[in-house]
Design a protein around this ligand. Structure first.
Ligand code: ADP
Ligand code: NI
Length: 222
């Protein structure tokens, strides 16, 4: 007898388990906790936005399954692994294709290149991921990444730049404080949904306070 089609909850549970196992040894910026926060941001945004829940939640779970940064810049590896897994649990091919397209196009890096795909579902998950790059968690993730890469925390002689170009953004070795100007402080105005915009405004203000305090301490003013 043919097995009955899996329902949404079953698909999400199997996917969450797969992601948790796959990311067991991931670095802390992209570990299971990041995925869990992005998943929960996604569900929160979905309470206020009309979008396909299964596509959004699956993408939230699978969007960092294989980061091109750790695979010689291969940007197709994430969508490929996500697709193979979803196929193995017999998810609808249209859903699989949509999830793959979002993963390929949702990153900040991709947004600096030629973005070839857009959908409401992409907007929701992109916002959910970007929210996790700002605020208190965003600050901690940036310095964790910088430490992992052995970057300077700050260097007053290296002024921050806003990269227009994907390659320049990818290849920077600038101090971590510069990353605020390269990306983190730009995210508030790039949010797609009103729900994420409101959350981002508060998290942005928190980062600005942090930077003010940081420079004051650096200069011995506080
Ligand atoms: P995401 O998973 O949010 O799409 P990335 O893969 O670009 O983001 O980066 C993971 C985390 O590391 C994010 O919090 C990001 O801001 C941070 N990060 C990325 N590049 C740098 C950098 N050059 N300096 C400091 N932090 C960085
Ligand atoms: Ni992410």
């Amino acid at each position: 007898m043919k097995e009955l089609k899996k329902n949404k909850e079953e698909i999400l549970e199997l996917t969450a388990t797969f992601v948790q196992n796959t990311l067991k040894d991931a670095e802390s910026g992209h570990d299971w906790w990041h995925i869990q926060r992005v998943w929960s941001n996604t569900k929160h945004i979905l309470q206020h936005e009309q979008a396909d829940e299964l596509v959004c939640e699956l993408t939230a779970l699978l969007h960092d399954i294989a980061d091109s940064k750790f695979h010689n810049g291969d940007e197709t590896i994430g969508p490929r692994i996500a697709g193979e897994f979803l196929k193995s649990i017999e998810v609808d091919p249209n859903v699989i294709e949509h999830v793959q397209k979002i993963i390929l196009n949702m990153s900040f890096k991709a947004s600096l290149g030629d973005v070839t795909f857009h959908s409401k579902e992409l907007e929701v998950v992109q916002d959910a991921d970007r929210l996790d790059a700002i605020g208190a968690i965003g600050i901690v993730r940036a310095f964790t990444y910088g430490g992992f890469k052995n970057r300077e925390i700050y260097n007053p002689n290296i002024p921050p730049v806003v990269h227009q170009d994907k390659e320049a953004y990818k290849n920077t070795t600038a101090p971590t404080i510069n990353h605020f100007y390269e990306k983190l402080l730009l995210l508030k105005d790039k949010m797609n949904t009103p729900t994420a915009k409101a959350i981002a405004a508060e998290r942005h203000a928190y980062m600005e306070d942090f930077l003010k305090q940081f420079y004051a301490e650096w200069n011995g003013d506080k």
